[in-house]
Design a binder for this molecule. Structure first.
Ligand code: GLC
Length: 642
């Protein structure tokens, strides 16, 4: 390895001759620091190929070229992040997630709303897919035909750079999606492949006949069984079957080809050089294919992600990686780095289980399953990584509750999943929720759920029934959820519109490109008129907005909530209450959440034994009185007791 590193570094340095000595030295230091993290995984993936060494040399040149093009301002930012490597774990982190057109038309529109972002307290904004999509239906922008151009509806790369710079000056980091598993079939690589170019055919998974597709199909799942059944598509002009896990227009990339790795590194660093600080690596679970498996979460995926991370650490250290893997706990944890990848893989990953368990507990008014799942499957902290905590996002909710976990608390997995889909569709007697079923799969019985946070929390039904007390319960559920994601550990991700309690938006049904995909139900356009009422406490939006921004302000002021402090799930013995402890060098914080519309008592001695000393609620900024030796929790109460 030493010999290879010397050769690779010498090759790379040739690209840096024009830089001053200091910038050359910094690159060399970072290259040496992270070379083993590049070499090790790549050796596993591509070491058996005759072109392995030349690939490494070419990759090193790409890294140096990217560093040479990085602006002095971003190089300084790299240094800043080197000095504060925990920046994304700090309690002042808050993500705000939106579609550019649905927020304020385009990139320039973001600049007009900087005051709004600051008011929310956002320190991270995720522009939902904004790179050049294919025309027509593009899976919400996740079918990308050019990674080096912005969707013209949103602006240009120069606009992106202007916006990331303006945001950075306000202390806000920009996140964009980088789709790793597939490109649009209109991408230049795919067009060349389709026209017969063997170099580009090797970028994808293409087969002459059904032999291999049939073999793989035996163990593959279907992602969109309703509108995109099967995992392969036949193209008559190319006379090929192409691997298309998601939609027909999304062609899976072949990551066993080292050229694909080098191309993507180049794109990733190109994006980093526009000032992007977080890449959301989309659908990473699917990147490696292995016969006889579901082709998800294969060990090679983690080697790829480890090596990608090393590439950023060398050429754009201010960039961090968020890995999107909506998979079961056991498969999810490795995306934040375990074993040989510990501290060296993703910096952020969605806590899908926390999200599912929030909804499950809200429906059942029981926290047994939630406590069991979150306590038995997850480590209390990660090295150099933390969760993205969220309640809703642009995707559906999959009821990922295993039969084993359900069995452990004495319920049936199948019946519970069925119940949750019914409850959140709005069909179950007595439900408060209003949503819709997504991708019902008659073969597996699986049904997923769509709907906005507020509608799923009961606000839509309450408004329709003009039921004031139901409205107030819905608002309390929304605030309960935000107090949960603000304190659990990780970066809370606010989904645009949720801060105002925006309801389901069925207008997508009239758009021919969107009508087949009911996830658009919860992707509304920002209602700026409603936002205008956000300071008016007599309105629902005022109560929700003030409630959420207050929770986030308390989060910023509470050092216990740093992502590096362990999150230990504890059982207070009261069903309906979810509890965890955040241990910190200055003492513990005990967080309690009442998931029911009843008053629930938690014994004082239990709270004290769990670590609370002063009985001070950091969330409300008030003493916690304990008459009768209990902490009495009102309906949907949340407290952070130190
Ligand atoms: C991710 C996105 C989802 C998209 C899929 C395919 O899961 O969140 O919206 O459909 O990837 O790109």
């Amino acid at each position: 390895m030493q010999r290879l590193m010397d050769t690779a570094l010498a090759t790379a340095m040739a690209s840096l001759k024009k830089l001053d000595q200091h910038d050359q030295d910094v690159f060399a230091l970072r290259f040496k620091r992270s070379f083993a993290d590049l070499y090790g995984p790549l050796q596993v993936l591509y070491g058996h190929l005759p072109e392995f060494e030349s690939m490494l040399l070419s990759l090193s040149t790409h890294l140096a070229d990217a560093w040479a093009k990085r602006s002095p301002a971003l190089r300084l930012h790299d240094l800043k992040r080197d000095l504060e490597p925990d920046w994304f774990q700090r309690p002042d982190m808050l993500g705000y997630v939106f579609y550019l057109d649905r927020f304020n038309d385009n990139l320039k529109g973001v600049l007009k709303k900087l005051d709004y972002l600051e008011e929310i307290g956002a320190s991270y904004v995720h522009f939902m897919p904004c790179l050049m999509p294919r025309p027509g239906d593009s899976d919400g922008g996740y079918s990308v035909m050019d990674y080096r151009q912005i969707d013209p509806r949103y602006g240009t790369m120069a606009d992106l750079e202007r916006v990331t710079t303006a945001l950075r000056h306000k202390g806000i980091s920009t996140c964009v999606d980088l789709v790793l598993n597939h490109t649009a079939k209109e991408h230049e690589w795919a067009r060349k492949a389709r026209a017969g170019d063997p170099k580009y055919q090797a970028y994808y998974w293409m087969f002459d006949d059904r032999t291999q597709p049939d073999m793989y199909e035996k163990t593959l799942l279907e992602i969109f069984p309703e509108h995109a059944p099967g995992n392969f598509t036949w193209y008559d002009d190319a006379k090929k079957w192409v691997w298309t896990t998601f939609n027909e227009h999304q062609w899976d990339l072949n990551w066993s080809n080292p050229d694909v790795f080098v191309e993507i590194v180049d794109i990733m660093l190109f994006l980093a050089n526009t000032g992007v600080e977080i890449v959301r690596l989309d659908a990473v679970a699917f990147m490696w294919k292995r016969p006889g498996t579901q082709c998800q979460n294969e060990p090679e995926v983690h080697q790829i992600l480890h090596a990608l991370r090393a590439a950023s650490r060398i050429a754009a250290p201010a960039l961090i990686h968020k890995e999107e893997a909506i998979v079961a706990p056991k498969q999810l944890i490795p995306y934040l780095g375990v074993g040989e990848h510990s501290g060296r893989e993703g910096n952020l990953a969605y806590h899908n289980s926390l999200m599912v368990q929030f909804w499950s507990a809200l429906a059942t008014r029981s926290t047994k399953l939630m406590t069991h799942v979150l306590r038995s499957h997850f480590p209390t902290r990660f090295e150099n990584a933390t969760w993205g905590t969220y309640l809703r996002c642009h995707d559906d909710i999959g009821w990922a509750v295993t039969d084993e976990d359900a069995g452990a608390v004495g319920i049936s997995g199948a019946a519970h999943r069925h119940y949750l889909a019914d409850f959140y569709e709005g069909g179950f007697p007595g439900t408060f929720a209003r949503g819709s079923v997504f991708q019902a799969n008659p073969l597996t019985g699986d049904r997923r759920t769509n709907g906005s946070l507020a509608s799923l929390c009961g606000l839509e039904t309450a408004i329709a029934n003009k039921d004031m007390s139901a409205m107030s319960l819905a608002v309390q559920r929304i605030l309960l959820g935000h107090a949960l994601i603000a304190s659990f550990g990780g970066v809370p991700l606010l989904y645009m519109g949720d801060e105002l309690g925006m309801l389901n938006d069925p207008s997508y049904k009239h758009d021919p490109h969107l009508s087949h995909d009911s996830r658009w139900l919860h992707r509304p356009r920002m209602d700026w008129e409603r936002a205008g009422h956000r300071h008016d406490q007599t309105t629902l939006e005022g109560q929700i907005f003030t409630g959420i921004t207050r929770i986030m302000a308390r989060r910023r002021a509470t050092a216990h909530l740093h992502g590096n402090n362990p999150t230990e799930i504890v059982d207070c013995g009261v069903d309906g209450v979810f509890a965890f402890r955040r241990s910190s060098p200055t003492g513990a914080l005990v967080a309690l959440f009442n998931f029911t519309e009843n008053w629930l008592p938690v014994p004082r001695h239990w709270v004290a034994e769990t670590g609370a000393r002063n009985f001070w609620d950091e969330l409300s900024g008030a003493r916690v009185d304990t008459p009768g030796d209990v902490v009495a929790l009102p309906p949907y109460a949340r407290v952070w007791i130190t």
